[in-house]
Design a protein around this ligand. Sequence first.
Ligand code: FAD
Length: 428
Amino acid sequence: ESLTTQNVRFVECKNDDTASALSKCHNKKVSLTPLIKRTNLLNEKSSKATLLLQFKNSLIYKPGDHVGVFPMNRKELVDVIINRVKGVADADQALELQFLKETHTSNGVVKNWKPHERLPAASLRDLLTRFLDITTPPSPYLLHHFASLATDQQDQQRLNLLATDSSAYEDWRHWNFPNLAEVLQEFPSVNPYAPLLVSQLSILQPRFYSISSSPLMHPSELHLTVAVVVYHTQGGEGPVHYGVCSNYLQDIEAGQDVYLFVRSAPNFYLPNDLSKPIILVGPGTGIAPFRAFWQHRYAQLKAKHQLGKIWLFFGCRTKEMDLYKEEKDEMKQGKVLDRVFLALSREPNIKKTYVQDLALTEAAEIYKLLVIQEGHFYVCGDCTMAEHVYQTLKKIIQTYGGMSENEVQSCLLSLRDQNRYHEDIFGI
Ligand code: FAD
């Protein structure tokens, strides 16, 4: 049965507290932890920002683990939506979303109001801020619904076209990547009925980040390394869009609580045998988990463990964008990092170089560390880079091991089987 204003409603109720509301909504144990400090790791003059975020921590984690962060949508987007919807008098009054459900009993069909399975009792403002995805472009289905509400004929025709013609929809979506607020602004005669709109939006998902600190070095803290996502739509000429979670982390104040959970990543842990060498490849924020690794090894070195070599391949556009330069220098001096490589892809007067290019120049040593000394290889970052690095490693092993195609394939497979080839992929 399709939803109408007759079978979905809001009922006033008492607020759930945020932590239990998020727990219920995502079926996860959610912790809250205050931000202690935020540092921009890039030069202030740079148009981009990459943040080191230090949180107070009481959660158990290992280097390699991720956290899931529950973000908040931007106030200005939420306000646009609140001002356009109908059916809610007070956006700050806690509400429960309910559906009229039919059940068949021996006495015939009975209709009862049942609460939404995931959404908590919260005000419309909180629902739009913490629980609902209002930045992914609306689906054709939602546009179809908006078409039915449009009182202006032109709005209605355009919405109907977008809802039914998939190539028109894809062009529009790709060019504008419109969020819900922008769609409402594009179609001024649409005033959605709030309970119906809320029931049709997707749940706002947590964003994952690789933990950037070692619990041995920072027992009561947890650090993240986050690139702030900001871009213009319409081929760079359109309105500015802000990535939800990275900008939330950019904007919150020290002392403010963040809701998060730890997700363990056992396939990306340091080797149990501390004497094994490790090779780390991570351009950009791909360096995030490796900072946890070198900090961990630093603490282990202090505790007089025998440690294998660490080689780090980092890449960025220009020298100015190098991340954790001083800390890497310290770790080199402290004999934690044996060698540190920097690949620059857009530095003036330097040939464009990527991490895989540098790996190739060190092929003989990489083969020795990884194959002869039975080391571990770690790659972190986007999947295109990871594929390039994998192909490069294949070439290195094939050349230095004098292997056939079949032999190198099975060598790489056994590296994976022995859990000595590790990938932490962020996205496309
Ligand atoms: P969103 O609101 O999710 O927006 C991002 C979306 O905006 C993109 O998917 C794309 O559709 C669109 N977009 C972005 N740029 C453009 C553009 N130029 N033109 C058009 N559209 C664009 N990130 C880190 O910074 N550090 C980490 O340590 C880290 N670890 C991760 C670990 C894992 C396992 C995973 C899965 C991801 C990790 N990420 C990490 C990525 C992180 O989870 C988020 O995806 C990232 O921070 C962006 O989230 P956001 O909410 O700010 O942006």
